[in-house]
Design a protein around this ligand. Structure first.
Ligand code: BG6
Length: 492
């Protein structure tokens, strides 16, 4: 990136004292500063109800950085620069007159771009946007970033969108999905469209099935009340998993720019075969975690968490089979699964190729040649590997074959270059006004439509989510989901 092209801007964070700001946004901005990616006069302005001074805010941010960016302790030079950028405005998001304090602070003066990051409850998005407009803070060079959840269904997401769009136009609205900022997700685009090798084989003629797993070991972490209103389908599938699916399945965009990429993603969303009524029973599995052992530690079940109510049917796990009705993907199942309190924290996309049409290797052990697999691992490590069949070395081995992984470890390949956190890339993109890795509203809407069909089918059944032991891989029925089609989940 050309550092001389950095443009100064004001980054205003609503919810500036909250968890997301302290754990993710400020550490990400700090790292950008450390890497020389913030213009010298860029300012960061925390905004929330508490009445504190700039200095008190700086102290609070410093202690968050000490906790979440341990290297900040040893880097006094970056810290003193970063500290100078930190300002604070006390504002009640529902009190329009408070917004005049941004004008007093010079936000948006002298043609600076302004990014308003709304790390608040979505109930406040509408009133924040309208108060910003009242104070002249919705000009073209000003943008709003919206954090999820963008609604809990199509209707509520439309309501949020309508309120926001009364005062900001689509190009000014950046709907964030932090999965799109993960390095390996972008690398998926590099792999697909930066090589000749993969794209000609990226279709139903060569690929048998595709699997996307986002497995978490954490539980609901003290936010039962919040989580129980969402569940895994809304919290993870509607956004993160569907976005990954779109990037895997979309046609090559003509350019790497925001509309070209998003035009292709929306086509995938529109081609998703609806899951509703009776077929939800065959194509989806819901689970709720029971007590068990995760990483050697005994943990409690969903209904032992503080604030839980025994009638809840909210799923903490979901596995499903999606189908994309177009030429490229006809007949190729996309298996998606995600859950809390599973055996291992990892996320990966597995492209499972078809078997060779005919094996020329006569040895019995070679008859079942393992199929090629391309694995794109997002976490815990960022890695891409390709499984290919190889001859075992040695004259006495004859033509004995064995699968071998060709591994591309990104950290090793790039000399341990630090891999940025998702929020770093995304914040930088908002500052540069590049919306390629953000969701356009038509995508959000299409994803909700699809997810609403599943929710409705679940509502109509008397069946409860199936229990699974914490530390397992989810309910047994989820293991059976691909088996019904003669396939298996890829083992971690
Ligand atoms: C968030 C969900 O969007 O993503 C959380 O609300 C989840 O429930 C988190 O834990 C997972 O993100 P990551 O980057 O840790 O995989």
């Amino acid at each position: 990136m050309n550092k001389s092209s950095l443009k100064a801007c004001d980054v205003v964070i609503f919810g500036g004292g909250g968890d997301l700001a302290m754990r993710k946004l400020l550490p990400a901005l700090y790292h950008l500063d450390m890497d020389g990616l913030l213009a010298p006069t860029t300012r960061i302005i925390g905004a929330s109800r508490r009445d504190i001074s700039d200095e008190e805010y700086q102290i609070k941010v410093r202690s968050a950085l000490d906790e979440f960016v341990p290297s900040s302790i040893n880097d006094e030079e970056t810290w003193s620069r970063f500290k100078e950028r930190l300002n604070y405005v006390s504002v009640d998001a529902q009190e329009s007159s408070d917004f005049a304090r941004f004008n007093d602070k010079g936000v948006g003066d002298s043609d600076r771009d302004v990014v308003f990051y709304l790390a608040t409850s979505p109930d406040l998005f509408g009133s924040i946007c309208s108060s910003l407009a009242t104070h002249g803070l919705n000009q073209e060079r000003m943008r709003v970033v919206l954090e999820k959840p963008l609604g809990r269904d199509l209707i509520s997401s439309r309501a949020i969108n309508t309120e926001v769009m009364q005062n900001f136009s689509e190009p000014q609205v950046f709907r964030i999905d932090h999965y799109l900022g993960k390095e390996t997700v972008q690398n998926l685009l590099a792999i697909r469209f930066g090589n000749t090798l993969f794209e000609p084989l990226w279709d139903s003629a060569h690929i048998d099935n595709i699997q996307i797993t986002v497995s978490e070991t954490v539980g609901v972490e003290g936010r039962w009340g919040y989580y129980d209103k969402a569940g895994a389908l809304r919290d993870m599938v509607q956004n993160h998993l569907i976005q990954l699916l779109c990037l895997v399945a979309m046609e090559p965009p003509s350019r790497m720019d925001s509309d070209s990429v998003r035009d292709e993603k929306i086509k995938v969303l529109k081609a998703l075969r609806p899951i509703s009524g009776a077929n939800a029973y065959n194509k989806t599995v819901r689970g709720q975690y029971a007590k068990g052992v995760v990483n050697g530690k005994s943990v409690q079940g969903y209904f032992d968490e503080d604030g839980s109510v025994p009638e809840s049917r909210t799923e903490t796990f979901v596995a499903l089979r999606a189908d994309i009705d177009n030429w490229r993907w006809a007949g190729v199942p996309f298996y998606l699964r995600t859950g809390k309190r599973l055996g291992q924290r990892y996320s990966e996309i597995v492209i499972q190729y078809k078997a060779v049409p005919h094996s020329i290797f006569s040895d019995e052990s070679n008859r079942q040649l393992q199929r090629n697999q391309l694995i794109i691992r997002l976490q815990p490590e960022e890695k891409i590997s390709l499984t290919v069949m190889n001859k075992v070395p040695g004259a006495s081995e004859g033509m004995n074959l064995q699968p071998v992984d060709l591994n591309l470890s990104l950290t090793e390949a790039f000399n341990n270059k630090r891999s940025p956190e998702a929020y770093e890339r995304l914040l930088l993109d908002v500052m540069r006004n590049d919306a390629t890795l953000f969701m356009r509203y038509d995508e959000v809407e299409a994803a909700w439509k699809w997810v609403d069909g599943i929710m409705e089918a679940w509502r109509q059944t008397s069946e409860r989510p199936k229990e699974y032991a914490s530390g397992s891989w989810g309910p047994a029925a989820s293991m059976a989901l691909p088996i019904k089609d003669g396939r298996n989940w890829h083992d971690y």
